[in-house]
Write a protein that binds this ligand. Sequence first.
Ligand SMILES: C[S@@+](CC[C@H](N)C(=O)[O-])C[C@H]1O[C@@H](n2cnc3c(N)ncnc32)[C@H](O)[C@@H]1O
Length: 252
Amino acid sequence: MAWDPQQYLKFQAERSAPFVDLLQLLQVRKGMHVVDLGCGTGELTARLSDALPGSKVLGIDTSPQMLEQAQTWSRPGLRFERCDLREIGGRWDVIFSHAAIHWAEDHEKLIPTLWERLAHEGQLAVQIPANHDHFTHVAIGQLAAEAPFAEALGGWSRENTVLPVERYAEILHGCGAESITAFLKVYPHLLEDADALLEWTKGTTLVPWLERLPDEMHEPFLARYRERLRARFPERPVFYGFKRILFAGRKP
Ligand SMILES: C[S@@+](CC[C@H](N)C(=O)[O-])C[C@H]1O[C@@H](n2cnc3c(N)ncnc32)[C@H](O)[C@@H]1O
């Protein structure tokens, strides 16, 4: 997908708030082999590496644009590679993922597949955005189903991949995990106005839609979306409650 690192980084403070919560779910040991799935710009992978002294950390991503930015954080013990998170090999003491696995389908299969890649006493710690039922997300799907966008998209629509929070706990239990944690948290963000909501989704949720729409339709699509956001959120500032699922488990 054509990710834009600068667009994504516009809300880095807000987007990285759950990273701190996710990090707290890890038991820190010395000298671990760690992989960060969907590392994006690499900034949080570098913070993960800082928090795990003596560990070897690898950030993987499929986006060349994101990886180019991530490489600037490379240093001894921290490197980045192009790889699909569904196809990781090796054995890991920690498989970490922050705001990325919702881009991959079928979590019923994905989580056990990742679990297989954990070493003895390995830990899986994941954060997934779960705001798919918020107006900012629902409005995109509705707009895409209208003319002329529906025709241009050939009926394509982005399906929600995120499971109910308790299901992640059940899947971890099915894998034989110990110390299972799974919770949903609403992160409260105060954005300047409705247009800021568009800037937010442009950095993430809108990416696959815009990628599939011809260039000449980007502006009309964004204009209609902006109109709806302004009508729904006329206030300034705008409160943006963003739901995220965090879960973790340890291999015996
Ligand atoms: C929203 S960004 C999150 C980046 C970073 N983890 C953070 O929290 O700042 C999601 C990232 O997942 C990557 N991604 C999406 N599907 C992927 C896949 N199948 N394999 C690896 N990376 C993927 C995207 O390229 C993007 O960089």
